[in-house]
Design a protein. Structure first.
Length: 356
């Protein structure tokens, strides 16, 4: 059974009733088809209030403890942090059957307090908190609870923890950086298998993958162009991925990556590890390849192709005319180019909508 939103379910019903009116399917077949879908309950005001309340409680506990931290004995600090965490978990579990939303809010409180506890407890024994280790441990605390509750908010919080661990790696070992990859893979698997490929989590997985690729390359002092080429390849993978549920999203994510990395690779400075003549030649070769890709997509993905063509022309225009013409003329022409591409994009989008 597939879980979908009420709007998506209504759209499916409209299509099914249309097919019934055209005598393509029967009413019995419509009823049978409806059994394969489950409508996701809407986000209620109570859920929002309880979630915000849980966050405020977590912030309040964090501020209260941090303000009076230096005046408390070590055993008192440890007792407060562990006691607050365990109490929140016990209360949340005890209320789970009768008061599900309140229970979930208390789980959120417990997760925030657990994260604060890791931070403060590490501060008891070290002069400087290692954010990479703390964030990774926090992710390990969140993971089983997110899996148990099948909760999107906790999954996003898990992604935030892994992101912090990835960004603040500093002088971490290769083993540590490599160990982050299973966390990202686990989040991707959990999103596909248990949360029916949530769009926000899909974006989070893509962002984490990009961060990990850049971190991994930075560890080995890889040249800029090599990291950009890897991310460009990841963008191509996203662009051509056949996702039944988020085909449009993955294509636009791929377009964004291709646009950014493509613009960088079309410039000489991305190839600066080579001799200037070689760097210029490689940037021109990549520009030609990017142009072939962009124009070849006009038939199959015209909207995305227009964006890529716009990036191509603006980048080439900037690279080769910025230092040759007056700045006023440069910006006027650049503005006209953007307006022209905006008009082309909007007209093409309306034509596509009218065909659909």
């Amino acid at each position: 059974m597939k879980i979908i939103t009420q709007k998506h379910f209504n759209d499916i019903l409209d299509e099914l009733h249309y097919l019934e009116q055209q005598h393509v399917i029967s009413a019995e077949q419509i009823q049978a088809a409806k059994q394969h879908y489950q409508v996701k309950p809407p986000l209620s005001i109570l859920s929002i209030i309880l979630t915000v309340g849980a966050i405020l409680i977590g912030i309040g506990v964090l501020i209260a403890v941090s303000t009076n931290w230096m005046y408390l004995a070590a055993i008192t600090k440890f007792t407060i942090l562990i006691g607050a965490t365990v109490t929140s978990y016990v209360l949340a579990f005890s209320l789970q059957t009768k008061f599900e939303r309140t229970s979930r809010a208390l789980y959120y409180v417990a997760v925030f307090i657990a994260g604060a506890s890791l931070y403060f407890i590490e501060g008891l024994y070290t002069n400087m908190v290692n954010f990479t280790t703390t964030a990774l441990l926090w992710a390990l605390i969140i993971a089983p609870l997110a899996y148990f509750l099948r909760d999107i908010f906790l999954s996003l919080l898990f992604a935030v923890a892994v992101f912090i661990a990835t960004v603040n790696y500093y002088d971490a070992s290769l083993f540590y950086i490599s160990s982050l990859l299973p966390f990202i893979a686990a989040l991707a698997w959990f999103n596909m298998r248990k949360l029916h490929n949530n769009a926000l989590l899909l974006v989070a997985v893509v962002a984490l993958t990009i961060m990990w690729l850049t971190t991994f390359g930075d560890y080995f002092n890889a040249p800029t162009y090599s990291v950009l080429l890897v991310v460009f390849g990841f963008g191509l993978t996203l662009f051509f991925t056949r996702s039944a549920q988020h085909a449009t999203l993955t294509r636009w994510l791929g377009t964004a990556l291709l646009s950014f990395t493509g613009a960088m690779l079309m410039s000489d400075f991305s190839w600066q590890s080579f001799h200037q003549t070689t760097a210029t030649t490689l940037s021109i070769i990549f520009t030609i390849g990017f142009a072939v890709l962009a124009f070849s997509l006009l038939r199959t993905a015209h909207l995305q192709a227009i964006v890529l063509i716009a990036v191509l022309i603006i980048t080439v225009y900037t690279n080769y005319t910025f230092d040759l013409i007056p700045k006023s003329v440069f910006f006027v022409v650049a503005g006209l180019l953007l307006i022209g591409f905006g008009y082309w994009f909007e007209r093409t989008r309306r034509e596509a909508d009218s065909i659909d």
